[in-house]
Design a binder for this molecule. Structure first.
Ligand code: UD1
Ligand code: MG
Length: 258
């Protein structure tokens, strides 16, 4: 395998979603600043992007935005910029707030969630390599989870071709049986992302602009959307409540993050 720098290095951009309050955490701190392994969880997400070779990062901030900004400024990295989402109208709306940083770019935009500190640089690297090979409009990293409750489910047709993502709250009983899930690991071709963002609506169970809908919109427009089940088991853990925080903390310590 070619171990030199990939064509993406230096040109790709990472968008990190970190504007939410994290209502289910019952904490004063914004969710992304809640510590795992004694460090605000968002640091691990930025570290993973760096280790995957993506230096330039746009962090979407909103709830307690100054606190998140101050924390990230302690990293002393010059290639972090911030986009403000002053009302949390959904993950798609969060990326819409990055428009000025996306316009005019041709390459890859990686979108990852600040509440997923177990995102693995190796998985990102594998996805980037696949993206460079097939150049789709969107490549999603997925995995299969025994208990997929609460997560977005991956929809495929009879031939296995990706057709969309349905959020747990919007899913039928039958769709809730699907175990392949979205873990918010998206590799977009930037012009396709901009097109999809301008076509989002909030007609769903939560009245939010879902980033997940970009996948269906691009697929329906005849653009190539691939969902690759390459994520590791540990990447099925994201943090939405105190129990998950504790679980991720334990897992990361056992994996040697401390
Ligand atoms: C999201 C996905 C779901 C996926 C799951 C785990 C959508 C609609 N759903 O759900 O398919 O299975 O993650 O990866 O995207 N955020 C903002 N602004 C907002 C809302 C959220 O910045 O307006 C940020 C949050 O701070 C958080 C991240 O986006 O870091 C994910 O938000 P969260 O509310 O946890 O989404 P999930 O319900 O977990
Ligand atoms: Mg979440």
């Amino acid at each position: 395998m070619n171990s030199g720098p990939s064509p993406t290095q230096g040109t790709a951009l990472a968008v990190i979603l970190a504007a939410g309050k994290g209502t289910r955490m019952n904490s004063e701190l914004p969710k992304v600043l809640c510590p795992v392994v004694d460090r605000p969880m968002i640091h691990f997400v930025l570290d993973a992007a760096n280790q995957a070779g993506i230096g330039k990062k746009v962090v979407v901030i909103g709830y307690e935005k100054q606190a998140v900004r101050d924390e990230l400024e302690t990293r002393g990295e010059s290639d972090i910029v911030f986009a403000e989402q002053n009302e949390q109208l959904g993950t798609g709306h969060a990326v819409q707030m990055c428009r000025e940083h996306l316009e005019g770019r041709q390459g890859l935009t990686l979108v990852i969630a600040g509440d997923s500190p177990l995102v693995q640089p190796e998985s990102l690297k594998a996805l980037i390599a696949h993206f460079e090979e097939t150049r789709p409009a969107l490549l999603l990293g997925t995995l299969t989870k025994d208990d997929p409750t609460g997560l977005g489910r991956i929809l495929r047709d009879e031939s296995g071709q990706f057709t969309g993502i349905i959020e747990h709250k919007d899913a039928s009983e039958e769709q809730r049986q699907i175990q392949e899930v979205n873990m918010s690991t998206y590799l977009f071709s930037t012009p396709d992302l901009l097109w999809a963002l301008s076509n989002l609506s909030n007609d769903n169970a939560q009245g939010e602009y879902y980033l997940t809908d970009c996948a269906r919109l691009l697929h329906e427009a005849g653009r190539a959307v691939e969902a690759l089940p390459v994520l590791k088991d540990c990447e099925s853990l994201s943090i939405n409540n105190p129990e998950e925080l504790q679980l991720v903390d334990q897992k990361m310590r056992a994996m040697g993050y401390a």
